[in-house]
Design a protein around this ligand. Structure first.
Ligand SMILES: Cc1cc2nc3c(=O)[nH]c(=O)nc-3n(C[C@H](O)[C@H](O)[C@H](O)COP(=O)(O)OP(=O)(O)OC[C@H]3O[C@@H](n4cnc5c(N)ncnc54)[C@H](O)[C@@H]3O)c2cc1C
Length: 580
């Protein structure tokens, strides 16, 4: 006999987006009935193993950073790239060039560990996150495949599971990843704003050497270009490594090789990867998927919401999929909690959730376009990179690239820094400089007097998602650009009310943070990044007066977080080997 489940929130999918939404809903409102339906029995394998530090902040909020740390995954310090104008290796490090100080594991989420990430075996990682949701009181149904979605207008009226069970809920969350169960049922279209239509092939290896071991369990992942694509090398455990190949779908079709042949040829042709896998054994079945970048046209409806990969996907070059899934799941949980409280306007809450995700996914896609179009190592893919650059309107000069990156807004995702796609402004400039091999300027260097320009701006609200609540924060809006009155953007706004000279601005911000106990030097640097963005976006107007000293901000493409690699020895050029 078929059953009926009635609940407050029904979530489809137990990946990172679904379990984050479930855990945080229950953390902040233990009375809320949350039911999650997952078609697979965990642990189940999944691609996407290299995390970014912000994921750890969300894990901490969910209450499961310690459990993930106990799994003893390699600590990710950053990545080493063969990418850009030369074949020389360079590093991007989360610790900004500070040496990593090893502590006994399991460690605590404090100090440097708040700035590092993990490389994970997804079967274990996703299972820990789902268990966390269960511990928080979410009812997880597994295996429970949602077979159909019943709708009435723009509302979901029920879900039907494979076994005939009917599920009714106040809120329906689609976190079903590529399946996009509600997205498809509600006829939501997707936008593919880029030529990035790649395919990926990967396998797991036992006992591959690590390119670099920092302390005993930390490392950087490798991203190594080939003439026709790139390889990821991600140690996910002491002896297990995920190695994958990404190539344009067109190239794969044209080359006429099987996935296995293409994959093994790539591993044999990349000297470092070949060297690291010399004494290793391959699990032996090459998995494959297409990894088209896209963004859904709509993320919310009457009583339904899209979270994680079903809302959009950005090419894996930035390793940001889980970041997008978990930050999105977090914001969705806050949105639903606030909708339940009924304190704030429903449409504003839903629109804000949607706009934030679409902006973020769009920025990541745009950034990925830049990475591909600026890679001179793709000698066989020159036409591919040229088309991406042309379609994106990209001129490969560092200043223009920086300007173009900012067309999606440097302030829209403001936490305490100006930037986009998890990169600060200074870092974006460093990367633009390194990838194009041209110098990048700072707009703030041209002036020494500044004043705010709020002409034609309207005062609206942006959202701050915190502690299970959504706070409305005043923001100025103009032509899709935002000046939020919060964090450093608020500090700069207040400062500009009384200070005009760069010296006065810097001194005032310095003493503001000296009083508040934060490192004033760091905060001044970040405030100057904010000022740079405000100048770019027209929120601040600059003037040069020879009576005052100018500023001299510089971008060094070989210092701090982005530097030439020094700890990975070059591998000998490979001789042909039998790969079958
Ligand atoms: C080649 C490649 C490499 C990648 N590399 C990285 C990386 O290095 N770093 C990174 O952060 N991200 C990476 N990603 C992206 C990352 O894998 C995804 O962004 C992430 O898994 C999205 O999480 P999610 O919870 O939205 O979806 P998923 O993790 O896919 O979870 C969706 C869940 O929904 C379930 N489901 C589907 N249909 C139904 C149904 N009908 N009923 C019930 N349950 C259902 C599925 O079984 C699944 O468990 C990569 C992706 C690809 C394709």
């Amino acid at each position: 006999m078929s059953q009926w489940i009635d609940t407050d929130v029904a979530i489809i999918g137990g990946g990172p987006a679904g379990s984050t939404t479930a855990s945080l809903l229950r953390k902040y409102n233990p009375k809320l009935r949350v039911d999650l339906f997952e078609r697979a029995v965990f642990p189940r394998e999944h691609v996407g193993e290299s995390l970014l530090p912000i994921v750890c902040t969300v894990l901490d909020e969910m209450g499961c950073w310690d459990a993930v740390e106990k799994a003893n995954f390699p600590i990710k310090i950053g990545a080493t790239y063969k990418w850009g104008t030369t074949a020389d290796l360079w590093d991007f490090e989360f610790l900004g060039g500070e040496p990593f100080v090893e502590h006994a594991r399991p460690g605590k989420f404090k100090g440097q560990r708040q700035e590092t990430a993990f490389q994970v075996e997804r079967s274990v990682f996703d299972d820990i996150l789902l268990r966390n949701a269960i511990e928080r009181g979410c009812r997880v149904h597994q295996p429970a495949r949602v077979a159909s979605v019943e709708k009435h207008g723009d509302a979901v009226s029920s879900l039907t599971l494979d076994d005939g069970t009917t599920v009714t809920a106040k809120h329906y969350v689609d976190a079903s990843g590529g399946a996009g169960i509600i997205r498809r049922a509600m006829g939501v279209g997707v936008n593919e704003p880029t030529q990035l239509q790649n395919v990926a092939f990967w396998d797991y290896w036992e006992n591959a050497d690590w390119a670099v071991t920092i302390g005993t369990t930390a490392t950087r992942v490798l991203v190594m270009s080939l003439p026709y694509g790139w390889i990821w090398f991600i140690p996910v455990g002491a002896t297990r490594t995920s190695i994958g190949l990404v190539v344009p779908a067109k190239h794969y079709k044209a080359v006429g090789l099987s996935p296995e042949e293409l994959y093994l040829r790539a591993i044999g042709e990349e000297p470092k990867i070949r060297e690291l896998t010399e004494g290793a054994t391959r699990e032996g079945s090459v998995r494959g998927t297409k990894d088209w970048s896209f963004c859904a046209d709509r993320l919310v409806g009457e009583n339904w919401y899209l979270a994680g990969e079903c809302a959009g996907f950005a090419d894996p070059i930035l390793a940001a999929g889980i970041t997008l899934a978990m930050t999105g799941g977090r914001e969705l949980a806050h949105t639903i909690l606030e909708l339940e409280r009924g304190r704030l306007d429903r449409n504003w809450l839903k629109d804000t959730y949607q706009t934030n995700q679409i902006t973020r996914i769009g920025q990541h896609i745009q950034f990925a376009d830049f990475w591909y179009s600026a890679n001179g190592q793709f000698s066989d893919l020159k036409e591919f990179t040229r088309t991406i650059a042309k379609d994106a309107g990209l001129e490969l000069d560092a200043n223009q690239a920086f300007q173009w990156l900012g067309t999606g807004g440097f302030t829209n995702d403001a936490q305490n820094t100006a930037g986009m796609a998890e990169f600060s402004v200074a870092l974006l400039k460093q990367l633009a400089q390194r990838l194009t091999d041209t110098k990048v300027d700072w707009e703030i260097n041209k002036y020494n007097l500044y004043r705010p320009n709020l002409e034609d701006a309207t005062l609206t609200y942006s959202a701050n998602y915190k502690g299970g609540r959504v706070e409305r924060l005043a923001s100025y809006n103009r032509d899709g650009k935002v000046w939020p009155m919060r964090d450093l953007f608020g500090v700069v706004f207040e400062t500009l009310k009384t200070e005009r000279t760069i010296e006065g601005i810097v001194n005032r911000i310095h003493s503001h943070f000296e009083r508040s106990g934060s490192d004033p030097t760091v905060m001044v640097e970040r405030s100057l990044e904010v000022l740079e963005v405000l100048l770019h976006e027209g929120w601040v107007v600059g003037k040069f007066n020879p009576e005052f000293r100018p500023l001299a901000a510089i971008t060094d493409s070989n210092s701090g977080a982005v530097r030439d690699n020094t700890d990975i020895a070059a591998a000998p050029t490979p001789q042909p080997r039998v790969t079958a």
